[in-house]
Ligand binder design. Structure first.
Ligand SMILES: Cc1cc2nc3c(=O)[nH]c(=O)nc-3n(C[C@H](O)[C@H](O)[C@H](O)COP(=O)(O)O)c2cc1C
Length: 317
């Protein structure tokens, strides 16, 4: 227990690695730890994809923002939310896999993070450096294709593990009172928010944490840029309740990508359709005079099917 306490007192993400492999037997230990992590209903809705092929590593790195450590670390894993294997298991015994896409994504990400976290902590306890790579979301579609991820599988993050060539000082955290609530969620006073900025200032070059938050999380920032591809990929992988993944695949082949029913409606308008009608009897019409196309099913399915019938046309900006 005290060892783990010491580890957490000292730990910091490492981004510079020696070009050395893990010691013999350590890969087995970190994978063992990952698999010992708790998982929802013991269903193990995650997978780890170890990328040992240097060329694939280079390609994945090139789609992951500026993270050269992906190529220099001894081991690189994609941490995957995965309900594909669970579906296979259910279908293998003749079951019909249920329709619970959002809940599936919720628990699959939870399981994946817990497994990755156990792997990371075991690696750090063995003296290795680690760093998580959310940058994989920058090229999530390309990485899905490069790694052959089937429907039901979505990259959550990458994880670098290797022999450290730096030992950075522990980085600051928010004041405890802002993070830990008791019984009722408490709101944040302007003074408390300023305390947060003061606590996090040392992590920045400029001394102003707001500049970091702005770059990532404000309007026009990195997260907004990642959002469309993440929405589209998670929908194509079967995690969007209103849009069947097979239909999205067929629409994609026609050059039409959407990650939500709203985006599909916008795509229809962009194709020049002037009106869409959803009928309570389970069909939809899309129309641009003199053409009209019909699709059957629930609203998302019906609209998608109607769009599939329409010839692909110039997108109207
Ligand atoms: C989900 C997640 C994604 C991250 N993505 C990246 C990344 O793409 N590149 C990187 O260099 N560090 C990444 N990090 C590392 C964080 O920047 C780091 O954990 C944070 O600055 C706190 O520093 P510490 O881990 O040294 O305490 C990520 C961490 C997490 C948990």
């Amino acid at each position: 227990m005290s060892d783990l306490y010491t580890l957490y007192q000292r730990r910091a993400s490492v981004r510079k690695f020696k070009s050395e492999p893990l010691r013999e037997g350590d890969l087995e230990k970190i994978l063992f730890a990952a698999q010992r992590a708790p998982t929802d209903a013991t269903a193990q809705m995650y997978s780890l994809l170890r990328i040992s092929d240097p060329e694939l590593r280079r390609k994945v790195s090139s789609h992951s923002g500026h993270n050269p450590h992906i190529e220099t670390c001894a081991e690189f894993f994609l941490i995957l939310a995965d309900v594909y294997r669970l579906r296979r298991l259910v279908e293998h015994r003749g079951g019909v896999f249920g329709h619970w896409p959002r809940t599936a994504l919720h628990f699959a990400i939870t399981d994946a993070v817990l497994a990755g976290s156990a792997l990371a902590t075991m690696a750090e306890s063995l003296g290795y450096g680690i760093v998580w790579i959310g940058g994989v979301l920058n090229g999530i579609k390309e990485i899905k294709a490069l790694c052959g991820l089937p429907q039901g599988v979505v990259p959550v993050a990458g994880l670098c593990v290797g022999v450290p060539e730096e030992s950075p000082a522990p980085r600051p955290r928010l004041p405890r009172e802002l993070v830990v609530h008791e019984n009722q969620y408490h709101d944040y006073s302007p003074e408390a928010l300023e305390q947060a900025y003061a606590a996090m200032a040392p992590i920045t070059k400029s001394g102003d944490w707001y500049r970091v938050l702005e770059r990532y999380f404000a309007q026009g920032g990195t997260m907004e840029a990642r959002e469309p591809a993440y929405q589209q990929l998670s929908a194509q992988q079967g995690f969007e309740p209103d849009l069947p993944a097979e239909l999205l695949e067929a629409l994609k082949e026609k050059g039409l990508e959407a990650g939500s029913l709203g985006q599909l409606i916008e795509a229809a308008f962009a194709q020049g359709f002037r009106s869409l009608q959803f009928h309570h009897q389970g069909y939809a019409w899309i129309e641009k005079e003199p053409e009209a196309y019909r699709g059957d099913g629930k609203p998302g399915e019906a609209l998608g099917k109607a769009l599939l019938q329409a010839p692909r046309e110039r997108v109207i900006p």
